[in-house]
Design a binder for this molecule. Sequence first.
Ligand SMILES: Cc1cc2nc3c(=O)[nH]c(=O)nc-3n(C[C@H](O)[C@H](O)[C@H](O)COP(=O)(O)O)c2cc1C
Length: 328
Amino acid sequence: MSRTATTYLGLNLKNPIIIGSSPLTASLDKLKRCEDGGAAAVVLKSIFEEQIEHDVATSLKQSEGYVPHVDSSDFLTESSRNFHLDTYLSLVEEAKEALSIPVVASINCRTEGAWLDYIERLAEVGADALELNYNILPSDFKKSSQTLEGEFLHLVGEARKRSKLPLSIKIGPQFTALANIVKQLDEVGVEGLVLFNRFYQPDVDIEKVATRASIMLSGAHDYTLALQWTALLSAYINLDICASTGIHSGKTLIKMLLSGAKAVQICSVVMQKGDKVIKEMLDNLIDWMDQHGYNDFVDFRGKLAHKRIEDPSQWERSQYMQSLNREF
Ligand SMILES: Cc1cc2nc3c(=O)[nH]c(=O)nc-3n(C[C@H](O)[C@H](O)[C@H](O)COP(=O)(O)O)c2cc1C
């Protein structure tokens, strides 16, 4: 067995590097490039709940005046849904046929909607797992954190009920009581957690005095939030943590493993440097393992997790106090 082999969501991976859901995983030729570059698994570009609902609404609107029967409206709704679903299912199917690494499907969801009906079909066409990218903007003044979190957990519970397909949840850090939410996800029986998604945030163009798209790609220093939370949670829960955001080097990959991550997802660094970076990161990992006398991951994974270090406060406030008091 390879020294870099790991498991994630019950899947055997030859190494801990997964290409995250992004344009890098949106078509068959790109997926093949990920595998050829050395990635251990791929998460397909997400199918979006909004995309589906929008199309359903559009086709119904266009048919106004021509659709006198409820049945016809149901048909249009279904055929529109099926168009997107079939395209996505075909990609999963083709990817499974062409690649030898695990293929994880991804749904970007916000509410308990039609996407729940897709899960079993993804399993049928061979998806190895499903990643749910939970994406809401908590900007509704009338909704409390309790209501929103209740809706989220209910939605995950529903997804869990629909299929035995290994399930991972990709979240952002914006939860009031993140550790508690993660514990509840663990209890629902979810197999994995992706920490963290990097949400799109609009910017402002001050010359045009208008909003504009912001830069989507992460930088090499953006990893510390995922690192801290991986360390804080990993040794206390059953589900696998896959670290994500700002992982741009072998060094950062090693940090995530030391904190207890089972695997990592990368996107931005591959988009910036090409897929040769995957091999560079794995070479760095092996060199470092050799230097430290670690034969495989069992020797060091989670060694620096909150539960395992002598002074766990280092993952909480004590480093913060030291940083604040450092001389500049
Ligand atoms: C252009 C672009 C498109 C993305 N699209 C998706 C998506 O469809 N679904 C998803 O779950 N994440 C999406 N992501 C987020 C990435 O999967 C990843 O979580 C994020 O970029 C952080 O990882 P990184 O720092 O390695 O880029 C996208 C990221 C980028 C840059």
